[in-house]
Design a protein around this ligand. Structure first.
Ligand code: PLP
Length: 815
C-alpha cells in the first residue's frame, strides 16, 4: 500500500502535503474517468492539451492528490497534496517501474505490429487455469497504458502478460523497464506504423529492445531477417516458421469451413493441433500461442487440447439501437473490473438517455474475495451513475445487498431469458457485460433490433484519432467547430455529437434547426450553430438555444425581430460572402449590416465567418489568398463598430494544414473528422472511420449467353457465377455503379457488379471465386476506399458518405 509521501519519496521530488498519509490505490491520467477520488493520484500529463487545465475538474470530482510540473499549481488549493516533478509521464512510469520491481512474478512481454492484443488474450485463456494472471486491459500498450497495466500487479499474481506498442524510435526502453519481461514474444511484423521510423529494420531493432533481458524469446525467423543473429535477444530462443527450419516447424495448414488443422514438426516429432479459426491472422496468432505453450514446457497433447478450445476475442465495444428506443452497448469480451470501468466510461460518454442499466454477470477476478469484489463493483456503479443493475450468476445474487441502486438478480442466463418478457426496458442505455461462459450474446440479441444485413460500421476510435490529428495541426488556442450536418456526414447524429462533446470540441454546426433540436434532445449542451435557419424555425432556435447563421440584411432583421424584447446577448453568427456566392453578406451589404447590428442589444455576435471555395486546390491558391484577405478586412470593419471581438473563422478541413494563417480563432472541421482531406496526400495521418458491408443472399450459376438483371443489361457470354447482395440504390448504392462500374470485396477478391443496380439488391460477377450465401461483401473499407468509389462514379467522397440511407443500420465500435 502506498501513501502519497511514499510515492513522492520514490520520485524523490519536491512536494507540498496537507496529509502525507493519504493512501493511493488508483493512478489517474484523465479527469473524465475518475472512480475512487479519495484514493486517486492525478497526473497532469501534457499531450494535446496541458494536463494542468484539468486539475480543476479533477478537484471538483474529489481528487486531492496531484502530480504537477508547473510550480504555480502548488497554490491551487490548500486541502491538496502536490508532488512537483519535471516530467509527469516519466513520474508515472517511474512509479510503475518501482511497483513492478516490488514483485517477483513471471512476466510475458508481447510486441509486434499486429496481433499483440489477441495473443495476450489467448495466452490468458490458455494459462488461466495454472496461474493467477494480471494482464494489460484491452490494448493498453502505450507509454501511459503500460504504466497503468503494470500498476495492477498485486501480491496474489504469479504471472503478468503485458503488451507493448511503439510508434517511434526510443520509445521501447521505458516500456521494457516497466514490464521487465522474462519471456518475450514477437508477433507479426507488418508494415503498420512504419512512419515513425526510417526503415523497417530500425522499427524491428527498436521493438526487440523489449526483450534485451529476457531469458526466453519466442519468434519467427521470418520476421527478423533484417537483423544479424547477434542482434536477436534472449538467453534461450524458441522459433517457429511455416517456411524454414525452426523449433516448431509448421508443415501444413488445412483450412476447413470453421476450423484449421495444423501439422508440424517439434523436436523431431510430428505433432498437430486444431484451431477453431480459419482466417490467416488468427491462424498465425494461434501458432504463436502454440509455440509459447511448447516453449513454456507444456506437453504437445496438452497444448493442442487447450488451443482447440480458444474462443474469439473481440476488443471492441459496440453500440447498437435496441428495442423500445434503448441503446445497447455490447461488451462480452472480458469480465473484470478494469474492463467494466472502461465500458462504464463509454456508457457515460454516450449519454443520450438519462437512465442507465447494466446487465452484468459474475466476474472472475483472480483471487479476490467475493465480498470485497462486489462492494467495489457496487461503488463503481454508483460512481458512474448507473441507475439499475441486473446481475446474473449465483455469486452476484448472494451479494445483492451490497447494491444500493435498483437491482434484480438471476441465477443464470436462462433464468433471465425466461423472465425477459416481464422486465421493462424503455428509453435507456443498457450495457451488456458478461464473462464468456454466461453467453450474453443471447441477451444482446434479445435487446437489439434485428439488424438488416447491410450495416455501416463506424469506428469511434478512428474518429477521435482524426480529431487529435487536427488538434496537433492547430496553433495554440485555436478552437474547433465540428461539422455534424447531414448526420455527421452520414455517420450518425447524437452518437457522434456525444463523442465530440466528450472530447471537448468547442462548437458543433448543423445545416438545419431540426438537426440541432435532435441533438439538444439527446443531451448535447455544446453551442450549436445552424447554417440554414428558416424563418419558420426561429422560435425553435430560440427555445433550444441554437445559434443561427445570419447571412443577409433581411434574415438578420427577421431574426432580431423574433427575439423577445427582454432578451440580451442572444448568440448569432454572421456569414460573409467572399467568393463562394452561396450564402452571406456581400461587400455592398456590409454597411447595412453594421447599421442594424450596432443598434442592437438583444443579440451578440459570437462569430463572423466565411467559407473557402477551393482551399485544397493549388490552381486556386491566389483566389483562396484573396478570400482570406477580403474576409479579414470586412471582419475588421464590423469589429470596429461592435466594440467587442467575436470569433473569426474561415478554414474548413482542406485549409487547416495547407493554410495555417487561415486558422484564425477557430476552424470548421468537416470531412477530415471522417477520414478524408484533399489537402493531405493519400490522407496520411487520418484513419478510416467507416466500413460499409452487406451480405450475399444467393449464389447462382449462369449459362453462356444468359443475362442478369433488369433490361437484360448484364450479359455473360461465357456464363459464370453471380452473387446477389443485399444492397441497392435505396440504400445509397448509386445506380451508376451498375454494369461493372462499381466493385465490392468478397473473400479478399475485388469483384465487379453485373447488370443494373436494383432498389434493394445488386448482382456481382464472382466467376472463378469461392463464394457462398451468407458471405460478407464489403462495399468500402480501408482497402477499397470511399475515394475509390467516388472515382468510379465521378463524384467526391462527401457524396458517397452522405448518400448512405438511414435504412442502413449504423453500428458503432469503441475500444
Ligand atoms: C460543410 C462545411 C464545412 C466543412 O467543410 P469540410 O470540407 O467538410 O471540412 C465548413 N464550413 C461550412 C460553411 C460548411 O458548410
Amino acid at each position: 500500500m502506498y501513501t502519497i509521501s511514499k510515492l513522492a519519496e520514490i520520485l524523490s521530488s519536491e512536494s507540498k502535503f496537507v496529509d502525507g498519509q493519504s493512501v493511493i490505490t488508483h493512478l489517474v491520467v484523465d479527469s473524465r474517468s475518475i472512480v475512487f477520488p479519495e484514493n486517486s493520484l492525478f497526473f497532469a500529463l501534457s499531450s494535446h492539451r496541458d494536463g494542468h487545465d484539468f486539475i480543476a475538474d479533477a478537484y471538483r470530482k474529489g481528487i486531492r492528490n496531484f502530480v504537477i510540473t508547473d510550480k504555480k499549481y502548488l497554490d491551487f488549493a490548500s486541502d491538496c497534496n502536490f508532488v512537483l516533478v519535471d516530467d509527469a509521464l516519466l513520474a508515472l512510469q517511474n512509479i510503475a517501474t518501482a511497483h513492478r520491481n516490488a514483485f517477483k512474478l513471471k512476466t510475458i512481454g508481447i510486441t509486434g505490429s499486429n496481433g499483440k492484443t489477441i495473443v495476450k488474450e489467448w495466452l490468458f485463456q490458455l494459462l488461466a487455469q495454472d496461474y493467477q494472471i494480471v494482464r494489460s486491459p484491452k490494448s493498453y500498450n502505450s507509454q501511459i497504458g503500460v504504466a497503468l497495466s503494470v500498476w495492477q500487479i498485486d501480491e496474489k499474481h504469479n504471472l503478468g502478460i503485458f503488451e507493448a506498442g511503439i510508434s517511434a524510435q526510443n520509445e521501447m526502453h521505458p516500456l521494457a523497464k516497466m514490464i521487465k519481461p522474462e519471456i518475450g514474444i514477437l508477433t507479426n511484423i507488418g508494415e503498420a506504423h512504419a512512419e515513425g521510423f526510417s526503415s523497417k529494420k530500425q522499427k524491428l531493432i527498436e521493438k526487440l529492445k523489449l526483450f534485451a533481458n529476457a531469458s526466453l524469446f519466442i519468434y519467427s525467423p521470418d520476421y527478423v531477417e533484417a537483423v544479424i543473429p547477434a542482434q536477436i535477444p534472449g538467453r534461450a530462443k524458441f522459433t517457429w516458421s511455416c517456411t524454414q527450419p525452426a523449433d516448431l516447424r509448421i508443415n501444413t495448414i488445412e483450412v476447413g469451413a470453421v476450423k484449421s488443422i495444423l501439422k508440424a514438426t517439434f523436436r523431431g516429432d510430428s505433432i498437430h493441433c486444431t484451431l477453431p479459426f480459419i482466417d490467416k491472422a488468427s491462424i498465425e496468432n494461434g501458432i504463436i500461442c502454440w509455440a509459447t505453450l511448447l516453449a513454456m514446457g507444456y506437453l504437445p497433447e496438452q497444448a493442442s487440447f487447450r488451443l482447440s478450445k480458444l474462443s474469439p476475442v473481440s476488443m471492441r465495444l459496440s453500440l447498437k439501437h435496441g428495442i423500445n428506443q434503448c441503446s445497447i452497448i455490447d461488451d462480452s469480451y472480458s469480465a473484470d473490473i478494469s474492463s467494466l470501468s472502461i465500458a462504464l466510461d463509454f456508457l457515460n460518454q454516450q449519454n443520450q438517455h438519462p437512465k442507465k442499466t447494466v446487465i452484468l454477470s459474475e466476474l472472475f477476478e483472480t483471487g479476490k474475495d467475493d465480498r470485497l469484489l462486489y462492494a467495489e463493483i457496487a461503488e463503481l456503479l454508483e460512481q458512474k451513475k448507473v441507475n439499475r443493475i441486473i446481475g446474473i450468476g449465483s455469486h452476484l445474487a448472494v451479494s445483492a445487498n451490497m447494491f444500493n441502486i435498483e437491482a434484480e438478480f438471476f441465477d443464470d442466463t436462462a433464468a433471465f431469458i425466461k423472465a425477459f418478457p416481464h422486465i421493462k426496458f424503455d428509453h435507456e442505455t443498457i450495457l451488456v457485460k458478461g464473462a464468456r461462459r454466461f453467453d450474453f450474446s443471447k441477451i444482446s440479441k434479445l435487446l437489439t433490433q434485428k439488424v438488416h444485413d447491410t450495416v455501416l460500421e463506424i469506428d469511434l476510435n478512428a474518429l477521435v484519432g482524426n480529431l487529435q490529428f487536427y488538434r496537433s495541426q492547430l496553433k495554440p488556442g485555436v478552437k474547433i467547430m465540428a461539422m455534424v450536418k447531414a448526420f455527421s456526414y452520414g455517420s450518425g447524429s447524437f452518437e457522434i455529437a456525444n463523442l465530440l462533446q466528450f472530447h471537448k470540441v468547442d462548437y458543433l454546426a448543423v445545416a438545419y434547426a431540426d438537426e440541432g433540436i435532435a441533438l439538444r434532445k439527446a443531451g448535447i449542451n455544446l453551442p450549436i450553430m445552424v447554417m440554414s435557419p428558416e424563418e419558420s424555425a426561429f422560435e425553435a432556435i430560440i427555445k433550444y438555444k441554437l445559434e443561427p447563421e445570419l447571412y443577409s440584411p433581411d434574415i438578420l432583421k427577421g431574426f432580431l425581430n423574433a427575439l423577445p424584447n427582454d432578451c440580451v446577448d442572444f448568440p448569432i453568427h454572421l456569414k460573409i460572402d467572399t467568393g463562394m456566392h452561396r450564402l452571406g453578406f456581400d461587400g455592398r451589404e456590409i454597411e447595412e449590416l453594421i447599421q442594424i447590428i450596432s443598434q442592437n442589444k438583444q443579440a451578440q455576435v459570437k462569430s463572423i465567418f466565411s467559407h473557402l471555395v477551393a482551399s485544397s486546390e493549388v490552381a486556386h491558391d491566389d483566389f483562396t489568398q484573396g478570400q482570406i484577405e477580403k474576409f479579414e478586412s470586412i471582419a475588421t470593419s464590423i469589429i470596429d463598430v461592435l466594440g467587442y471581438r467575436p470569433l473569426l473563422h474561415i478554414a474548413n478541413t482542406g485549409a487547416i494544414s495547407r493554410w495555417p494563417a487561415s486558422q484564425l480563432d477557430m476552424v470548421r472541421l468537416g470531412i477530415g473528422l471522417y477520414g478524408f482531406d484533399a489537402a493531405l496526400k493519400n490522407n496520411v495521418g487520418l484513419q478510416t472511420s467507416m466500413v460499409l458491408k452487406t451480405t450475399v443472399t444467393q449464389v447462382k450459376t449462369i449459362s453462356p449467353g444468359d443475362s442478369v438483371g433488369y433490361s437484360r443489361r448484364g450479359i455473360m457470354p461465357g456464363g459464370g457465377t453471380i452473387a446477389t447482395v443485399k444492397i441497392g440504390y435505396a440504400d445509397g448504392y448509386n445506380r451508376t455503379f451498375g454494369n461493372g462500374v462499381g466493385k465490392m470485396l468478397i473473400n479478399g477478391h475485388l469483384v465487379p457488379t453485373i447488370g443494373s443496380i436494383c432498389m434493394d439488391m445488386t448482382m456481382l460477377d464472382v466467376t472463378g471465386i469461392e463464394v457462398k450465401a451468407g458471405d460478407e461483401a464489403i462495399v468500402f473499407n480501408h482497402q477499397h476506399t470511399i475515394a475509390d468509389l467516388a472515382a468510379q462514379i465521378n463524384t467526391i467522397p462527401y457524396e458517397i458518405l452522405t448518400s448512405i440511407s438511414q435504412r442502413v443500420k449504423r453500428v458503432y465500435f469503441y475500444e
